[in-house]
Design a protein. Structure first.
Length: 51
């Protein structure tokens, strides 16, 4: 059974994934922004794994 928190984290993870794809497709991707997005995504992935 998924909790509301789990569902919210999954949605945030998907949004971050899309933001990463969008940023990498830009002509001049911002490396700092990509690193921050990937760090946030990893944090959420770790939280999901602990559930």
């Amino acid at each position: 059974m998924q909790t509301a928190h789990h569902t919210a984290l999954t949605a945030k993870h998907a949004i971050l994934d899309q933001q990463i794809v969008t940023e990498t497709q830009r002509p001049l991707p911002d490396a700092a922004a990509l690193a921050a997005l990937k760090k946030q995504k990893l944090k959420i992935k770790q939280q999901l794994a602990q559930m």
